[in-house]
Design a binder for this molecule. Structure first.
Ligand code: NIG
Ligand code: FE
Length: 417
């Protein structure tokens, strides 16, 4: 039998016996924890958690084949869930980064054939093996920053073959990592150049060819649309997600990033699992999101990188909303999947407290990618998906010390990484 005892833990963050599926408003400002604690992993699952003073009465703690880890001075966190990324891409886009510094806007770059179309032409030239190797490296990197579950979108293919190529890469990643992966089809990320003057034909290609084939091959868990002026209209978005639902794919929507043009309303009306970005939402959208099935998901590293507005997180939480935070890891608007940095931005730029960012990147992000049974909290019976920090004075040191990696030891799916 494989048993690991982690002892003398300074504090187990989110040690929850009956974890909530999602946390709203004021409830985001606290979590259960156990100080001076131990945790036992048996058969890949969390078998016991408790106070060090109670460890003597644990039978497992005296098992002959037990391995021990002394976590003195260290915190134990549930792994981060990153519910929005685009990490399968061929090449980085630093030249656009320089254009942006010189003053071009995100939309101007897209109009010049840069942006998403630039990434699509690079994916077109790359082999499946090349894409896999690049994506696997990125996955290993985000793992080292504490991510234990990740959603990955296609969307840099924009043709039947290339969208399928990306989704097959995601499938292969799923099979070769202890990070839990959810796959999202984002064929509706941009209108490809050769469909510029016949956008309806592209929407029909998505509906009639891509979605049926992806569903038949079981290549996606969700379907996303970049619902935005200059990308996909509200009507096109609804058309696409309605077909996706018929094929068993719930929707996730890129909404209200550049303009306040109705994406949130579409997401809520259609019971999308999440509405992501939300940089331009106003009071009306906040009201619409209240009590919705849809998880509002904020991506502060994309605002940071594009040097644009941040979503009104403080107002949203103060009005009782439940929010998740994710990285948006992609080559155009967030070339980083570091969830510790997302936590720092949550505190520094979104004015969220450390407790709120921890809940937004665990419980609420787990909801936004439907992995709450395995991730989001430290709970007896769940698989062990967690990390142990370096010695730290308090858990707030994690978002405070932006730019450093505070993680020392990682366990995913019960296995040391
Ligand atoms: O989520 N907004 C749309 N898609 C990505 C950016 C894609 C790109 O620029 O390559 C995002 O920010
Ligand atoms: Fe995105």
């Amino acid at each position: 039998m494989n048993i690991l005892l982690i002892k003398n833990i300074k504090e187990i963050i989110k040690a929850e016996t009956c974890p909530s599926l999602r946390l709203y408003g004021k409830d985001m400002s606290s979590f259960q924890s156990i100080k001076d604690a131990y945790l036992i992993i048996k058969n890949e699952k969390v078998a016991e958690i408790g106070k060090m003073s109670d460890i003597q009465i644990s039978k497992l703690a005296n098992a002959p084949d037990i391995k021990e880890f002394n976590a003195e001075g260290r915190f134990l966190f549930p792994s981060f869930c990153d519910s929005h990324t685009h990490l399968v891409y061929a090449e980085s886009r630093e030249s656009e980064f320089v254009d942006k510094i010189k003053g071009l806007t995100y939309e101007e770059i897209a109009k010049k054939g840069g942006g998403i179309l630039n990434s699509a032409s690079k994916v077109n030239k790359a082999s499946e093996e090349y894409l896999y190797d690049k994506a696997f490296e990125r996955l290993e990197e985000v793992k080292s920053y504490g991510t234990g579950a990740i959603e990955i979108k296609s969307g840099y293919g924009l043709s039947v073959n290339d969208e399928l190529k990306i989704l097959r890469v995601i499938k292969k990643l799923k099979e070769n990592t202890d990070i839990r992966i959810k796959a999202t089809f984002l064929g509706a990320h941009a209108i490809p150049l050769d469909y510029k003057d016949r956008r309806n034909d592209y929407v029909n290609l998505i509906i009639n060819r891509m979605i049926p084939q992806i569903s038949a091959e079981g290549l996606a868990d969700y379907c996303d649309v970049f619902c935005e002026e200059g990308f996909f209209s509200n009507e096109e978005t609804e058309k696409i997600i309605n077909v996706a639902v018929k094929y068993g794919l719930k929707s996730k929507i890129h909404a209200n990033q550049l303009y306040n043009s109705g994406g949130v309303q579409i997401a809520v009306k259609n019971n999308s699992l999440s509405a992501d970005h939300l940089e331009t939402i106003g009071d009306e959208e906040i009201d619409v999101l209240k009590d919705a099935f849809t998880m509002p998901t904020l991506l502060p590293s994309s605002s940071f990188f594009l040097n644009m507005h941040y979503a009104p997180a403080r107002k949203m939480i103060d009005r009782g909303l439940s929010i998740a935070l994710a990285s948006d890891y992609n080559p155009g608007s967030s070339p980083s999947g570091n969830m510790q940095f997302v936590c720092s931005l949550g505190c520094i730029k979104l004015r969220m407290t450390p407790e709120e960012v921890i809940n937004a990147t665990t419980t609420n992000a787990a909801y936004a990618m439907e992995v709450s049974k395995t991730h989001g909290s430290i709970t007896v019976g769940k698989p062990a998906n967690l990390f142990i920090t370096k010695k730290m004075s308090s858990y707030s040191f994690l978002p405070y010390s932006f730019g450093s990696n505070v993680i020392e030891y990682i366990i995913l799916n019960g296995k040391s990484q």
